[in-house]
Structure formats: structure tokens, C-alpha cells
Design a protein around this ligand. Structure first.
Ligand code: MN
Length: 233
């Protein structure tokens, strides 16, 4: 058995609905600007850009159980922290150069997630041409609900994606509005990185992103996938 100079961190797991076993998170990929109206609100042309990706560390994933109110600690270093509700794709079978037609067979399941963003730091990175990590990859920046296996929900292709803050709806889109479909994004990503079981893909957010402050409660829903309640503390 390998000896380490200190105890290595335990693998980061997300519970799977209907199972006692957890999904072990390896990498977290996120797709930028995958709904036309959100791309426009962020100042880009949705029609001409290929998908682009950034990453969060696996331990940024913060699990919220069904029917509970999770907590999101307001992060340091920002005064403009935004919510982004997203469908999360959980990869169960790895591969590179995956064809779109085969992509579905690589998906283990789906979840509801939040790509929390320090928008002020992200905007500064965009302006200066620097990487996005400080805006996107901070601790606890990726709340997530349980992973629902494909054997239970299949491959959701339509359904409302909504987020409300303190009972007021802020974001509304539909899975059918994704610019890059799940098979397209899996295929495209697998031509840049060899996907492995345990990878998560946050698939982008609809329009209506905005800031939260301590005490706010975010209620996220994706029709057919689930609900996620997270309080900012
Ligand atoms: Mn996002």
C-alpha cells in the first residue's frame, strides 16, 4: 500500500438517487454560454461561437439532499456573486473522440446544479484576458442535487429550467433551448479531453443571472430532473 506524507483527501462523492452507492467525482467541466438569450445578455453572438469550457475542482462540488435546504457560504473576495442554474451531465463511461451518435451511452445520469460565479472577478478576467479560475473555481462554487440515473429518467431533452430567489423567479429557460445539445457537448468535449467515469459537465445557464446576498434562498428546478434549495449564508 502506498504511503503518503499526510492523509490524501477522500474521493468526492455525490449520492445517486435510489442507490446507496455514490458517484465519485473526477473532474468538473462547465460549458459557457449555452443558451442564446444568456449569451446575448453576456454580450456575445450566440450563433457563431463553438462551445467553450472551463473547469472547477472536484471538491468545489457541494451536495444538497432532496427535500433539504443546502447552504452556500458567501465567498470571500467578491461583492457580486451570481447564481447560474444548470443541468449537470454525469459521465459513466469514458472515451475520447466520441461520436455524437454514441454520446448518450457515455452518460450515467443527470442532476440539477448551480454554477456559482464571482461575476466581478470573472469580468475582470475577461477584460484583462486572464484565466477564469478566480471567478469560477472557488470552494463550494458548485452546489448539486442527487444524480438521477439514465435508467430512471432517460435523457431529458425538454423541460423548464427555473431559478427563483426568495420566491421571485429570476431565470427561466428550457432544456430544448440549449445551443449545444448534450450529445454535441459530450462529443465536442471528448475531442479536447479524454473523458473518464466520474466526470461532471455543467451544461450552461439560461438568461436572468444575477447577484445574491447572505440570507437569500435560491430555489432551482428542472422539470423532470428535480429541485434544489440553497440558502446563502
Ligand atoms: Mn455556467
Amino acid at each position: 500500500m502506498t504511503e503518503f506524507v499526510f492523509a490524501p483527501p477522500a474521493p468526492h462523492g455525490v449520492p445517486v438517487r435510489g442507490s446507496s452507492a455514490q458517484f465519485p467525482v473526477r473532474r468538473v467541466y462547465c460549458v459557457g454560454r449555452n443558451y442564446a438569450a444568456h449569451a446575448r445578455e453576456m454580450g456575445s453572438d450566440p450563433d457563431r461561437e463553438p462551445p467553450f469550457f472551463f473547469c472547477k475542482p472536484a471538491d468545489a462540488v457541494s451536495y444538497v439532499a432532496d427535500g433539504t435546504e443546502g447552504t452556500f457560504p458567501y465567498p470571500q473576495g467578491t461583492s457580486n456573486c451570481h447564481y447560474e442554474v444548470e443541468l449537470v451531465v454525469a459521465i459513466g463511461k469514458g472515451g475520447k473522440g466520441i461520436a455524437e451518435a454514441d454520446a448518450a451511452s457515455h452518460v450515467f445520469g443527470y442532476a440539477l446544479g448551480l454554477d456559482m460565479t464571482r461575476r466581478d472577478l470573472q469580468n475582470e478576467s475577461k477584460k484583462t484576458g486572464r484565466p477564469w479560475e478566480t471567478g469560477k473555481a472557488f470552494d463550494k462554487s458548485a452546489p448539486i442535487g442527487p444524480i438521477v440515473p439514465v435508467s430512471v429518467i432517460g435523457h431529458p431533452q425538454k423541460g423548464a429550467v427555473t431559478l427563483a430567489v426568495n420566491g421571485v423567479e429570476k431565470q427561466r429557460g428550457d432544456l430544448s433551448d440549449l445551443i449545444w445539445s448534450v450529445p454535441e457537448m459530450v462529443s465536442y468535449l471528448s475531442k479536447l479531453f479524454e473523458l473518464q467515469p466520474g466526470d461532471l459537465i455543467y451544461s450552461g445557464t439560461p438568461e436572468g443571472v444575477g447577484p445574491v446576498v447572505k440570507g437569500d434562498v435560491m430555489l432551482c428546478k428542472i422539470e423532470g430532473v428535480g429541485e434544489l434549495t440553497v440558502k446563502v449564508v
